[in-house]
Ligand binder design. Structure first.
Ligand SMILES: C[S@@+](CC[C@H](N)C(=O)[O-])C[C@H]1O[C@@H](n2cnc3c(N)ncnc32)[C@H](O)[C@@H]1O
Length: 291
């Protein structure tokens, strides 16, 4: 068995939502729980970005830039996913690699929906400790510990009360890059096997980008040189997808792509003017339905 730590990238994207809350796409995006879920030392850099205070040291400055870009990306992808969830209005919602996602606590539209949060066990334990006794708005919330690299998603979901005969919306947000192509294909097959007609699969994914790969490498080296922690260090990128390749994987499992759009276009539609457009243009969100 692989011993994993709680995901650090889950904290990074939660910090991004906390930066964006009340500042980006106001009226369309809000995640007040994001800041509450952060520990004090994780909230400090968030507050600096919200205040627009560029720190002096090189490491904190890099962190400032990373969080600013992450906030833009998170506002765009959250709004697009929330819209996709509202439109499908299924009785079951499964979040695959849920991290510190707050949908079950912040979306009143889920009042009639059974929500299942799937994540690797260490990340899930960490989230539960952060949540304390907060009550979800969803009809029910079930935590399902699963490591996509080694556990059977189908078996764990069935034990947890997920009904494959009832339409399900699946959200796979910010997880695909951390899985190998084989793991992505295997998980897609399991999702399909538990998806009756009327189900929806929402996936965010990165397109291949040698420039981004180089950027991540440079960021790692620079942060190491500055002796500043690198939030991406323990979770290497393992896969990226072109829209046609993802579409054919989904089609092979009975899902038809309804929309597939890049995050830069979504951000611009929300009147977000990204400081780092390329960061957003290489991320996409596909919404696929099972007719
Ligand atoms: C960047 S975070 C995204 C979290 C959340 N979906 C969001 O957007 O806020 C990546 C998530 O993928 C999960 N993850 C990565 N590899 C995994 C695996 N092999 N099995 C289960 N979960 C995994 C991590 O635990 C983490 O919660």
């Amino acid at each position: 068995m692989i011993e994993r730590k709680a995901s650090r990238t889950a904290v990074l994207v939660c910090q991004g939502r906390a930066v964006a809350d009340g500042r980006l796409a106001v009226g369309r995006f809000a995640d007040p729980l994001a800041a509450d879920l952060l520990h004090a030392d994780e909230r400090e850099p968030v507050e600096r970005v919200r205040a627009g205070e560029r720190p002096a040291g090189f490491g904190p400055r890099m962190e400032f830039e990373l969080l600013s870009g992450t906030a833009e990306l998170m506002a765009a992808r959250t709004v697009a996913i929330d819209d996709g969830v509202r439109d499908s209005a299924t009785a079951q919602l499964v979040l695959l690699g849920a991290g510190l996602d707050a949908r079950a606590w912040r979306m009143p539209e889920l009042a009639a929906t059974a929500v299942f949060e799937v994540d690797q066990p260490a990340s899930q334990q960490d989230k539960r400790a952060r949540l304390g006794d907060r009550t979800p708005l969803a009809k029910s919330l079930t935590f399902v510990p699963v490591d996509f690299a080694e556990d059977s998603l189908a078996a764990r979901l069935a034990e947890s009360g997920h009904d494959p005969g009832v339409p399900t919306t699946w959200i796979w947000e910010g997880v695909v890059p951390y899985l190998t192509p084989d793991q992505v294909a295997a998980t897609t097959a399991l999702v399909a096997a538990a998806s009756t007609p009327g189900s929806r699969f929402i996936i965010t994914y990165p397109v291949p980008s040698p420039r981004n790969a180089l950027g991540r490498k440079a960021l790692g080296l620079l942060l190491r040189g500055a002796r500043h922690p690198n939030p991406l260090a323990n979770e290497p990128f393992r896969s990226s997808w072109t829209p046609p390749v993802l579409e054919s994987l989904l089609a092979a499992h009975g899902f038809e792509v309804t929309t597939d759009i890049d995050l830069l276009t979504i951000a611009r539609d929300l009147d977000i003017t990204p400081g780092r457009p390329r960061f957003l243009s290489t991320g996409r969100i596909a919404i696929a339905d099972r007719p």
